[in-house]
Design a protein around this ligand. Structure first.
Ligand code: SF4
Length: 346
């Protein structure tokens, strides 16, 4: 019979940094639209795996010199490549032992609850039976990680672990294997320093209002979050103070919106917890040694004619054709008809 230790050893060998197990009964009391027991009624256990966000993936944003690494290596590649590979292998491992497994990566789109605003999408879908929720059910990954004993939800609403603080992403498996559960984390990582709120460029994290929920007999509290301000923060702030690009930045693996580099909720929080010495993952040099930079965009910085023309033609440079056009207009030797001098040749 497969044991929790077998599962954890395998998941770690496949690449998970953290593994915790919760019995499905810990979801008792969850809203119907967010209860994973409707997805896998026979599941007995939920395996939650954490994958660290490499600290260096945030370095380019911290220095203001490279913006591809965080949205790719620190975001999309973890959620869409590394975690799913581990999920596949863990699924196969459990299936070989005769256990059905629903492998869930951190991707969304079909949920009846809008994952950004938390609002129910009226008219989105219909339940297929009287007792069933509307498809898709939205599983709250941070609550899943809490139920599996991996850490706590910080004031910022970002999940904090003793190993990495705010620096991980999650994937989970629902399985009918009955596995020894981990205890719920009873420690304290977040000290309510409020640096997450202070360093959020759009003030998305309230310093005065909080949200309280009771989960598995534990009362959890985090800041009231303004999701649309959070989205603007991801783009670099209302006034673009954390965005050095004059126009749209191309996407990486479908993620291009991490220009702000989680300035408060991950970077400021991580730096604080590391300096306090409370995280297990230690580094030989501090993450931050000087005050973070900010840009003053109050003076107009008009884009060049080429860039402006491109935007008039295409609206944005996210789609491949427009991006190629943009590169051609930038004239790095790819477009024979281009008129502008090539800085690499001329
Ligand atoms: S920055 Fe401070 S208040 Fe905010 S989540 Fe981290 S430890 Fe908690």
């Amino acid at each position: 019979m497969i044991t929790a230790d077998d599962v954890k050893r395998f998941a770690r060998a496949q690449g998970a940094d953290l593994v915790g197990i919760a019995p499905m009964t810990r979801w008792e009391g969850a809203p119907k639209q967010m209860d994973p027991r409707y997805i896998a009624p026979n599941a007995k256990s939920m395996i939650v795996m954490g994958f660290r966000i490499a600290r260096g993936s945030l370095r380019g944003v911290e220095e203001g010199t490279l913006y591809t690494t965080y949205p790719s290596m620190g975001y999309a590649a973890l959620n869409q490549i590394y975690a799913p590979m581990t999920l596949w292998n863990l699924t196969n491992f459990l299936e070989d032992e005769g256990h059905e497994t629903v492998a869930m990566l951190n991707a969304n789109g079909g949920e009846a609850i809008n994952p950004v605003t938390g609002n129910f999408r009226d008219g989105w879908s219909v339940p297929v039976g009287d007792e069933k929720p509307h498809p898709d059910v939205l599983v709250h990954f941070r609550l899943a990680a809490f139920l599996a004993g991996l850490g706590e939800i910080g004031y910022s609403k970002v999940f904090l672990t003793p190993q990495f603080g705010p620096r991980q992403r999650f994937a989970l498996c629902l399985t009918d294997a009955e596995l020894e559960p981990d205890p719920i984390f009873e420690g304290k990582i977040c000290d309510r320093c409020m640096l997450c709120a202070k360093h959020c460029p759009t003030g998305a994290i309230s310093t005065t209002e909080t949200v309280k929920v009771t989960v598995a007999g534990h009362e959890l509290e985090w800041a009231k979050l303004n999701p649309l301000a959070c989205e603007a923060g991801i783009q670099g702030g209302h006034d673009n103070e954390l965005n050095p690009f004059l126009k749209e930045y191309p996407r990486r693996y479908g993620y291009g919106r991490a220009i702000g580099g989680a300035s408060g909720c991950i970077r400021a929080c991580m730096d604080h917890l590391e300096k306090k010495g409370v995280l297990q993952n230690k580094f030989s040099s501090p993450f931050r040694t000087e005050r973070p930079w900010k840009l003053d965009h109050s003076q107009p910085r008009p884009p060049t004619d080429d860039v402006r023309e491109n935007y008039i033609e295409t609206g944005r440079i996210e789609d491949a054709d427009a991006y190629i056009t943009y590169n051609k207009r930038d004239n790095y030797g790819t477009d024979k008809d281009a008129k502008a001098p090539n800085p690499l040749i001329d």
